[in-house]
Design a protein. Structure first.
Length: 138
């Protein structure tokens, strides 16, 4: 049997899948959106059916926004780091550890959110918001 040829409805990328994958959901290698493998029909066996290309401006786009939010763990690390920073007279190594704890506390207090829905994004390198399905750009 021949493969089923179809296009991604999101970006127009031409895709092929074996007939046993009909109805399964796959990820488009181009835009990484989910696409359901359609059943074969007479028109797709003759010629690859072209889906209309969507303009890049019409795709749901959002940005990853970095915000600082006070967290208990971050605040505690900052306070301990600040206290250790003032121990320069006692031991300079403790002060250097204090600087490290200050930096760790500040980075612990940062969070990433989707600019479209405000959902917290766990990883800044994520490409799609799990809540609103918007593509996340830089």
């Amino acid at each position: 049997m021949s493969e089923i040829a179809f296009s991604c409805p999101w970006c127009g990328q031409h895709l092929k899948a074996p007939p046993d994958m009909v109805g399964e959901v796959i990820a488009c290698p181009s835009c990484e959106k989910t696409v359901k493998v359609p059943p074969p029909d007479a028109s797709s066996n003759i010629k690859t059916q072209r889906m209309p290309r969507r303009n890049k401006r019409n795709i749901n786009m959002a940005k990853v926004i970095k915000k600082r939010q006070t967290s208990a763990a971050g605040l505690l690390l900052e306070l301990i780091g600040l206290a250790m920073l003032f121990c320069w007279n006692v031991n300079p190594i403790i002060s250097l550890l204090g600087i490290g704890l200050l930096i760790a506390g500040i980075s612990k207090s940062k969070k990433y959110i989707c600019s479209r829905c405000g959902n917290k994004i766990e990883d800044k390198d994520v490409k799609m918001c799990p809540v609103c399905n918007a593509q996340l750009g830089k």
